[in-house]
Write a protein that binds this ligand. Structure first.
Ligand SMILES: NC(=O)c1ccc[n+]([C@@H]2O[C@H](COP(=O)([O-])OP(=O)(O)OC[C@H]3O[C@@H](n4cnc5c(N)ncnc54)[C@H](OP(=O)(O)O)[C@@H]3O)[C@@H](O)[C@H]2O)c1
Length: 395
């Protein structure tokens, strides 16, 4: 009886406390009818956002992050690394339940929260951001569809997210994932749209962080997998231009680590732009050689000059909105990508990089490209694996 009375007393005490607490910290009323207000994005030097504690997947970091674009290639690595720090991750998704189910396994029960949303409905974006204190935007697409233009996906959506985060009032960090080479003068429309997004975000939220990764490599990548598949199927690989365009591919796990590292810091990464390239610069030809070496296929190239590559890729773009059915996704010949290959895309000399985030990016040769062994004739375990043949100096 005494225990019951004690319990009742505690409950009454709590009930008195709640209105008092509410007056001190008004509970979030952010929602569809919330009036527009000024940004309260934390200013520089806010201190560590992540609470100190035991750390680990079952801990509570204090961060609730809405990760737009979590269902993509980079998204899975970002969600995994966030979940590992005890962060609750809200995963907006627009497609089927299958698009996010691999992410659920990355966190403790209730830590990864998929939320259906409509990227064209402001209220639904507000709903997935309502409980968050961090927003990451990984949305992007390297080809246009009948429904979405480059500008809408890569610029319009990013700008809208920044505006909503500004109005939210409780978003402490906003990280935008752009692309290395994004510039208003780029020959690629997607990269011009990405540059416009960066500008719009920094205008709305000057304390946002922009990450500009180079082409990303990893198990689900869209360059080496595509090449390996093509080379196996057709016994040759088209090299656009003469294969001399320079790129600086980066391991996707390092990019995810850079994003998490920016969240963990004391606010120094706020308002900064980072260019995330791998430790080595490759020409397209050298990267193709590495791919062939790994899958153990004899390299045969067909050099496709830019005008011819454009001619092969153009019909899809011309017909995209003229035919009443969806056209296939561009694979090896994507007009915008071909245009982007007319210039080198490497990290600029004075840029902030992995080093400034305390990360040493992996060399590609070795573990980052070991997934390619699945393309080997005779099976993945046929012969030695790539990492077995990496010498100490190459590591
Ligand atoms: N992959 C690279 O090599 C590379 C290199 C540099 C920069 N980046 C940039 O890094 C970011 C992540 O790249 P990624 O390779 O992970 O991209 P991804 O695999 O193509 O995933 C893109 C994400 O954006 C979402 N998305 C695309 N179109 C959308 C739309 N119309 N409305 C709402 N959501 C949409 C996708 O959702 P659904 O699953 O619903 O389609 C997916 O979650 C992108 O911004 C990309 O531009 C990528």
């Amino acid at each position: 009886m005494q225990a019951y009375r004690r319990c009742l007393g505690q409950r009454q005490q709590q009930q008195h406390l709640i209105p008092a607490l509410r007056s001190l910290h008004p509970l979030s009323v952010y929602g569809i009818d919330h009036p527009r207000q000024e940004s309260t994005l934390a200013t520089k030097g806010i201190g560590h956002l992540m609470r100190k504690g035991t750390g680990g997947r079952s801990s509570v970091s204090g961060i609730i992050a809405t990760v737009f674009g979590a269902t993509g290639f980079l998204g899975r690595y970002v969600v995994q690394q966030l979940a590992k720090t005890g962060t609750q991750v809200l995963v907006p998704f627009r497609a089927s339940e299958d698009s996010h189910r691999h992410l659920k396994l990355m966190g403790d029960l209730g830590q990864i929260v998929p939320m259906k949303y409509n990227p064209r409905d402001e209220n639904s974006i507000k709903a997935v951001m309502a409980k968050a204190n961090v927003v990451l935007n990984l949305i992007g697409r390297e080809y246009e569809t009948r429904n979405f233009s480059f500008e809408e996906v890569n610029h319009g959506m990013a700008e809208q997210l920044a505006m909503i985060a500004k109005e939210h009032g409780g978003i402490m960090r906003f990280i935008q994932v752009s692309c290395l080479g994004a510039s208003s003068t780029s020959p690629s429309r997607m990269l011009r749209a990405k540059a416009a997004a960066e500008e719009a975000i920094l205008r709305e939220l000057p304390e946002a962080t922009i990450m500009k990764p180079a082409v990303m490599i990893g198990t689900e990548d869209r360059i080496l997998n595509r090449w390996a598949h093509f080379a196996k199927k057709w016994s040759f690989l088209p090299l656009i231009g003469d294969g001399s365009t320079k790129i600086q591919p980066v391991y996707v796990v390092d990019v995810a680590a850079a994003i998490v590292s920016a969240l963990k810091d004391d606010g120094t990464s706020m308002g900064k732009v980072y260019e995330l390239g791998g430790p080595e610069v490759f020409t397209m030809h050298q990267l193709a050689e590495l791919m062939h070496e790994t899958i153990r296929e004899w390299p045969r190239y067909v050099k496709v000059p830019f005008p011819i590559a454009r001619a092969i890729a153009s019909p899809r773009e011309l017909l995209l909105r003229k035919v009443p059915f969806p056209l296939p996704t561009p694979d090896m010949f994507n007009l915008d990508h071909i245009n982007s290959l007319t210039v080198d895309t490497v990290v600029s000399e004075d840029a902030l990089t992995f080093k400034d985030l305390g990360i040493v990016p992996h060399k590609l040769k070795g573990y980052p490209i070991e997934f390619l062994i699945s393309y080997r004739k005779g099976g993945p375990s046929f012969g030695s694996t790539v990492s077995e043949r990496v010498t100490g100096t190459e590591f």
